[in-house]
Design a binder for this molecule. Sequence first.
Ligand SMILES: Cc1cc2nc3c(=O)[nH]c(=O)nc-3n(C[C@H](O)[C@H](O)[C@H](O)COP(=O)(O)OP(=O)(O)OC[C@H]3O[C@@H](n4cnc5c(N)ncnc54)[C@H](O)[C@@H]3O)c2cc1C
Length: 605
Amino acid sequence: MADVETVTHDVLIIGAGGAGLRAAIAAAAAGVSVGVVCKSLLGKAHTVMAEGGAAAALGNVDDRDNWRVHFADTMRGGQYLNNWRMAELHAQEAPDRVRELEAWGAVFDRTPDGRILQRNFGGHRYPRLAHVGDRTGLEMIRTLQDHAIHAGIDVHMEVTIIALLKDGGRVVGAFGYDRERGRFRLFRATAVVLATGGVGRAYSITSNSWEYTADGHCLAYHAGAALQDMECVQFHPTGMVWPPSVRGILVTEGVRGEGGVLRNSEGRRFMFDDIPENYRSQTADSEDEGWRYTQGDKDARRPPELLTRDHVARCIMREVRAGRGSPHGGVYLDIAWIKERLPGAAEHIKRKLPSMYHQFKQLADIDITKEPMEVGPTTHYIMGGIRVDGDSQMSTVPGLFAAGECAAGLHGANRLGGNSLSDLLVFGKRAGDHAAQFAKAQGEGRIDPAEVDAVAAAALRPFERGAAGEGPYQVQHDLQVMMQELVGIVRREDEMQRARAGLAALRARAARAGAVGNREYNPGWHTALDLPNLLDISEAITRAALERRESRGGHFRDDYPDKDPAAAGYNIVIQKGADGAMAVSRVAIPPLPEPLAAIIKEQSA
Ligand SMILES: Cc1cc2nc3c(=O)[nH]c(=O)nc-3n(C[C@H](O)[C@H](O)[C@H](O)COP(=O)(O)OP(=O)(O)OC[C@H]3O[C@@H](n4cnc5c(N)ncnc54)[C@H](O)[C@@H]3O)c2cc1C
């Protein structure tokens, strides 16, 4: 076997965002040895970028809130593709997970009587997001990181895992390289938790950072695990659109939660023009009512800007396509207007949205307390992911668990803002608990040296091709542009068929990708190794999107614009077939148990 540094843990966690760290804390508490691997530095994951908050029915700001309302909101938002067991557990357990974070030292914004403050967000019936200004993720990751380190875990920073290793049907380890020296690292483990986040780098306009190349999804897929609902990609309605260098950077929904409104170039609040029937009774019918809602009036209903993200994103696209957009292809998001209603509005905006204030001032030279922002949709999140058991988070492969954004189920066809941070806490803990139990019950597996050698040899092939090979950045760029254009917010059969053909051509180019220079900190080499994942995930998204011939949540088909009631009954599942090709199937969603169906009925009244 190639000469590689080998590390052994009972539980190996791949990913050090909120899900990975919460899993690590749980596994360490169960008394097993835990290692966490991350592609960049500890503390730098998507979780740290989260702005608006973590959704949990604490009922601190509105005592009508409870887990039943949160459960119903999550299912309605997900348009019933959700794994209902996960939606139930999430709604029930999120309050305890948030309070636990507070007990570990997270300092949330407070209500006047000293409890955790909660804010409004799209699709949540009551103010539900526990937050720290618009820097919630930073507080969360800092708290989890401190706690995890004190629990005695080992952290392997700047290590990218490129393959999972199996013994028969079971996962027994992982193999990767370190970025600094480009040397290989072998991890032996009795259980592995994937917590690798999202896939946004498959698209050209995205809020996601360089790390999010679908690694966990693809590691699981190649290890034989099933993926689910990959067509369900979330395009967040508000990303920056100008200047070009910052296009896609997120503008938190918190802006709209604090009273920000969307207008077109004619100054019209176009969101009032298209309110879906299933949200009509919960939506304000005047601008005044919408404003009162954002200021905590319990008798008011939410403004249409706080409808679910899929809907708001499509309304923005409609305005832009109808020629009513802003100069750079977006619409206007205006929080400055609140000065008409609120004394000291400028200071209030800076206090509630400090990151947004600085982001626009520094990156676009816009003072959001005085002028509107230009915003447009950005690829933000994937609801689809690794198919897991709702209680244990184990994938369809024994010993392989998944939590957080790379796992599927909780959010169905569309995620409500704030439900990711609470997802990480609830299911990160569950994955860690169950992975530790699994590890205790199993003996160490056997790693096949030939398998390790084969992975190592394949990883070095880009150097053999050197400068004669294809430039990996160009292939990545062409893929991103194609996915954005052909499998983006609005999809059509003919365009997606073109994308499939385009993917085949890009695969051929990626197979010739070359790397020059040596193995130390070589981003060209790393990009060449990321390409197969980006291609696999793009194919999975495209194939699933072709298979779902209806529009639901984040998946919108111009050629099938309506929901098909029958399609609410199945998930689209993707697995590697025996012949190595991608197989797509429909799998029935188990019927909702009567008590949960009763909650949905009661909350729709
Ligand atoms: C700008 C922004 C704002 C957001 N705001 C909110 C919000 O207010 N509320 C909310 O609920 N959600 C929000 N989200 C979404 C939420 O932040 C993410 O969905 C969530 O943080 C994902 O957490 P995670 O633990 O699953 O993964 P991440 O936090 O994304 O961490 C993934 C980890 O996996 C590692 N990794 C990846 N691939 C590999 C590999 N091959 N080998 C080793 N390590 C690997 C990475 O290095 C990283 O450590 C926001 C997202 C963004 C981008």
